[in-house]
Design a protein around this ligand. Structure first.
Ligand code: GLU
Length: 490
């Protein structure tokens, strides 16, 4: 995941775009860029690394239309050339994109003209090139024409040099819009907005933003009116307070979030879930959310004696899954915008209505598509590596299981007990960190629940330190990996 912010308005400035883009840092990124149109010229600035870096190396320019992007490279290395915005060959179109254009190689092959020279290694550039070459005159028609050719996931925000409009479309990746008196903002997450109502763009819909506001179009180019989707209430979480970084702050917030979660779960009417006849359970997620699914599957087996299996969302999509109307499918995602998890949910909806989304974002795509939603009440999580949200996912699953077993109060008591202990728990891990930082490979080992924690620990170490790490069941070490210890010993 990464981020897009676009603004159209009188005398907007590039710093405002970058400040809003900063609120999307939790989604992770490796480079950032901005394009602002000034005096019929695109002014483009890109930097590897943080938005701060980009701020330092770009002037605050004023204009009427601008787009910003944080990239998490999927195609092509992390460098300034591949960073977005990406220009078409003639420099008339500027494109920012979140997601993956899966058929970009085939589309590139179709552009057989010898003069087509791609400047970047990205899948995104094909969008800019196709926009330049579309046979249609009107920019909107060109944009619709190009989007129809694309396969994969995309949130796209594009500008054309001679048009005072911004064009926006999406497929599988989220995009939201907010119209204020002074300006209209488009963003990957409403956290970039000001207090007030906002729209959510759906797959296959197009938006054209001008100084007068926004118009929505279907894929035939017909205008339609759209209702606002939600109301954004800014939260005050986004400060590091006295902590060195957000991840540390969020770890320390865990006990408080667990208490909020317990309070909320006490108020839920669980009768609806208890009435379900559950034959088996599939728990689906990606990354840390998949690890919470692994733990959740253990809870279902241990406390409810129900057959339960955790599957990564991508495998759930590729494999044949035996689902019927007695299968309970649980989809876990912190943001509720994980593309594979959303596609997996759509696949499951064809077979069963016993579906629960467990997510931290109640306005997310996953929450909107799912017939039932359990919030994890973890508050805003800014750090890329999930900590408090991971704990809250696990506790949501535990309390769900205990509620189905009619033992919610017991479950809540146990959980609150743990969270109280966490409040006073303190350990100095700096020595351990000092030692680990000099290693190239780290094995995390454990049994049963600790094995799953080992998987999560290895994932965290990889994400945060780029040290290669593997989570392994302790009992399996002797069946292969032990060979490496012999190698190291000799
Ligand atoms: N696939 C595009 C790239 O690698 C966009 C990645 C993103 O979502 O940031 O440039």
């Amino acid at each position: 995941m990464c981020g897009i912010v676009g603004i159209v308005g009188k005398d907007i400035n590039s710093d405002d775009v970058l400040n809003r883009l900063e609120r999307l840092q939790y989604r992770g990124y490796d480079s950032a860029g901005i394009c602002i149109k000034k005096d019929e010229e695109f002014k483009i600035f890109k930097e590897i690394g943080s938005i701060d870096n980009l701020k330092k190396n770009s002037p605050n320019l004023f204009g009427n239309i601008a787009i910003g992007h944080t990239r998490w490279a999927t195609h092509g290395k992390v460098d300034k050339i591949n960073a977005h915005p990406i220009l078409s060959g003639n420099g008339c179109w500027a494109v920012v994109h979140n997601g993956i254009i899966e058929n970009y190689t085939a589309l590139k092959k179709d552009l057989i003209e010898p003069d087509v020279k791609f400047q970047t290694e990205t899948d995104t550039e094909i969008v800019a090139m196709l926009l330049e070459r579309s046979k249609f005159k009107s920019p909107l028609k060109r944009f619709i024409d190009v989007c129809k050719k694309l396969q994969g996931s995309y949130a796209l925000c594009v500008m054309e040099k001679n048009t005072e409009s911004m064009f926006v479309a999406k497929n599988k990746s989220p995009l939201y819009l907010q119209v204020k008196q002074q300006n209209t903002i488009v963003a990957s997450d409403p956290v970039c907005f000001e207090k007030g109502k906002y729209f959510r763009l759906e797959d296959g819909e197009f938006a054209v933003i001008t100084l007068d506001g926004v118009d929505f179009y279907n894929n035939k180019g017909q205008k339609f009116s759209k209702k606002e989707y939600g109301y954004f209430e800014p939260q005050s979480f986004s400060s590091k307070e006295n902590f060195k970084h957000f991840m540390l702050k969020e770890i320390y917030e865990t006990p408080k979030m667990i208490q909020d979660l317990c309070k909320h779960y006490q108020k839920i009417n669980w009768n609806f879930f208890k009435k379900w006849w559950i034959g088996k359970v599939k728990l689906v997620g990606c990354g840390s959310a998949f690890h919470s699914c692994l733990i959740g599957a253990q809870y279902f087996k241990k406390h409810l004696n129900t057959d339960a299996e955790a599957v990564t969302a991508s495998e759930f999509l590729y494999n044949k899954e035996i689902l019927d109307c007695s299968t309970l499918c649980i989809f876990v995602s912190q943001s509720g915008e994980t593309a594979d998890t959303i596609s997996a949910l759509k696949k499951a909806l064809k077979k069963t209505n016993k579906i629960i989304a467990i997510t931290n974002v109640n306005y997310s795509t996953l929450a909107t598509l799912s017939p039932n939603v359990l919030p994890i009440c973890a508050g805003e999580e800014i750090a890329v590596a999930s900590t408090k949200a991971y704990s809250c996912q696990i506790i949501s699953l535990y309390l769900l299981v205990m509620a189905i077993k009619s033992q919610l109060n017991k479950g809540i008591k146990q959980v609150l007990n743990v969270s109280n202990k966490l409040k006073s728990f303190s350990i100095d891990i700096s020595k351990l960190a000092e030692d680990i930082k000099n290693h190239q490979n780290v094995f995390f080992i454990g049994r049963n629940y600790d094995y799953i924690t080992a998987l999560e620990g290895a994932l965290k170490l990889k994400e945060i330190s780029y040290i290669n790490a593997t989570g392994y069941p302790a009992g399996e070490l002797k069946h292969g990996p032990i060979a490496m210890f012999f190698l190291l010993a000799n």
